[in-house]
Design a protein around this ligand. Structure first.
Ligand code: SF4
Length: 321
């Protein structure tokens, strides 16, 4: 008999890629789930205060979400993400997150940390979730059932993404406005930067407001992204970087986009490398305008909007002249 538990899931980092899987898994076990609220100034301030100063903005924001949940739940769900595909790696900050939080010096609940590491085989992600649930007292049959349901939910989430919806359209049940411009923009960036409306300063809605159709890396089938990423002369082993480069290669060759907006975090090692690669490919393959927006906790909204508006005006003038 399992006593009812309440698990906190932070609305940050890879929430935008995996939330349907995690939510369905725990809910099918009868666990109560508390998701932290959308990022706001208070959450950011908490995170900035708690995390080491050298941490990137998304990690600071994650700390803020953790501390927001800390007093409300019995456990915090903080997966240890190492590699989602053989031969590629997620940034080391994800790998160390459960340990960094355990030693953050704040009073936080116990952490549940299943590991995603493709080097351990296809079934390792499943095994590690089942084990985490069994340690809480759930039996094997129930955890297997919950996992199957969760996999189904994730597959249907991917289907919706590939039909052209963004994670926020799906997770917040929104309908994007009908585009009024004939141009499409490719928005590149890690999901926790481009889909967190506070962190990105409402970027997607600003693009919608100007009438653009917006495409993001999540909308392409992973096999296609992988094929396009493999065109690079050297193997790029950052998982999220591969996603961005593969997506850019596809759209640049298709010549269906009028511009690229790339959002990066200040001080992010993988971003600095991938950003350079993307900008060069945008110039080489299609002469497509490229805007790089760098975010940290000091980024002012005014400066970001001015640069974005100027970039969009330039795209429009290009197509008039
Ligand atoms: S990839 Fe960059 S932005 Fe993302 S967690 Fe790592 S350092 Fe931070």
């Amino acid at each position: 008999m399992v006593t009812l538990v309440r698990i906190g899931i932070p609305r940050a980092l890879l929430y935008y890629h995996y939330f349907p899987l995690w939510e369905t898994f725990w809910r099918n076990l009868g666990v109560e789930i508390e998701v932290s609220p959308p990022t706001n100034k208070q959450i950011l301030d908490l995170g900035v205060e708690a995390a080491v100063p050298e941490a990137c903005l998304p990690v600071k924001v994650y700390y803020g979400h953790i501390l927001t949940l800390a007093q409300k739940v019995d456990y915090l769900f903080v997966p240890r993400l190492i590699s989602s595909q053989k031969g590629t790696y997620i940034c080391p900050k994800f790998m160390g997150l459960p340990d960094m939080l355990k030693h953050c010096g704040y009073n936080i609940p116990a952490i549940i940390a299943p590991t995603l590491n493709a080097r351990h085989g296809k079934k390792a992600w499943e095994r590690s979730h089942l084990q985490a649930a069994e340690e809480l007292g759930f039996n094997r049959r129930l955890t297997q059932f919950a996992w199957q349901q969760a996999q189904r939910e994730l597959a249907s989430y991917h289907k919706e993404l590939q039909a052209g919806r963004t994670p926020v359209d799906i997770l917040y049940q929104r309908q994007p406005p009908k585009p009024t411009s004939r141009h499409t923009l490719l928005l590149l960036g890690h999901p926790y930067n481009i889909f967190d409306e506070f962190v990105s300063m409402n970027l997607i809605n600003r693009l919608y407001h100007r009438g653009y159709q917006v495409v993001t890396p999540e909308m392409l089938p992973p096999k296609l992204v992988e094929k396009e990423a493999a065109r690079l002369p050297k193997h790029l082993f950052w998982s999220l970087g591969r996603l961005l480069v593969g997506t850019a290669n596809y759209y640049l060759q298709e010549k269906s986009i009028a511009g690229i907006v790339h959002v990066v975090s200040f001080g992010c090692g993988p971003d600095s490398l991938v950003g350079e690669l993307l900008e060069r490919r945008a110039k080489k393959l299609a002469h497509v305008p490229f805007l790089l927006l760098t975010l940290d906790e000091h980024t002012g909204e005014g400066g970001l909007i001015t640069r974005l508006e100027a970039f969009l005006d330039m795209i429009e003038w290009r197509h008039v002249s």
